[in-house]
Write a protein that binds this ligand. Sequence first.
Ligand code: ADP
Length: 296
Amino acid sequence: MPDDAIATALEAPAAATSLTRKPEVMVAGPAERAEPTGQPVFSLNDVTVSYGSYRAVRHVTMDIWPQEITALIGPSGCGKSTLLRCLNRMNDLIPGASVAGHIDFTGSDLYGAKVDVMDLRRHIGMVFQRPNPFPKSIYDNVAFAPKMNGARRADLPDIVERSLRRTALWDEVKDKLKQSAFSLSGGQQQRLCIARAIAVEPSVILMDEPCSALDPIATIRIEELMTELKNTYTIVIVTHNMQQAGRVSDRTAFLTAEVDEDGTRYGVLVEYDATGKIFTNPSDRRTDDYVTGRFG
Ligand code: ADP
């Protein structure tokens, strides 16, 4: 290699980035993402979520866009799961929980008096931290919700196969559909739970730390699956794993905990932007400290 080529190669990494520090997280997307088009799926306006008199997350305003993966990151206790649960009204199930402010879902008030919450959760599915299949067969896990929603019995095999194919599980389970879901590995169980969620054709999938109980290989498979699924669904994920947020998400919301004059810790949204921007060139010092590991 000629000397000038070597010199260029040696300089290239520095020339390629104007960052003053090395990014800690590999990000899949560009630092600057094109502005979203179309209508937001969710519009949160000054949302405060309380448990009794404790205002756990305060004054959150953000839009969540279709066919994207939006990650909620931040230190433990800053209200990521609380905020996620608002999006399909799971907090309704917690005694004393209340939501102030306004959340629109595809242009309608999510907390409107006429909303049928069961129907809403059909449109907005949820996947939890630990795989939680029903104590039923693999087939029945996926067929259960469509059956409850009135799908014809004759259509169920197709629905089950389609859902299991979409979650890349079909080839692994097609010969043992009648076996208990508990016979599957943890990673397979989590993909089964995702198949169960999409069997009713939701438009949104909420995921609350879906890989925290999984090994690295199973984690990568779920991440690949999420990237595949976002072509069809809007995904919102809570993750404590910044590398994961960097790898899979299009947009990232960073929340942190602040302390009010009474000494009460509460969550706030610090910054919400394209994932590449959050991890390489955030606007707020608190985000920078968090993503570079100086805090949390
Ligand atoms: P994160 O997901 O960021 O770890 P959470 O949403 O779980 O944070 O919690 C935010 C705050 O709300 C914490 O102070 C937590 O203790 C409190 N909290 C969460 N769930 C409940 C609940 N069911 N009842 C009362 N407080 C809760």
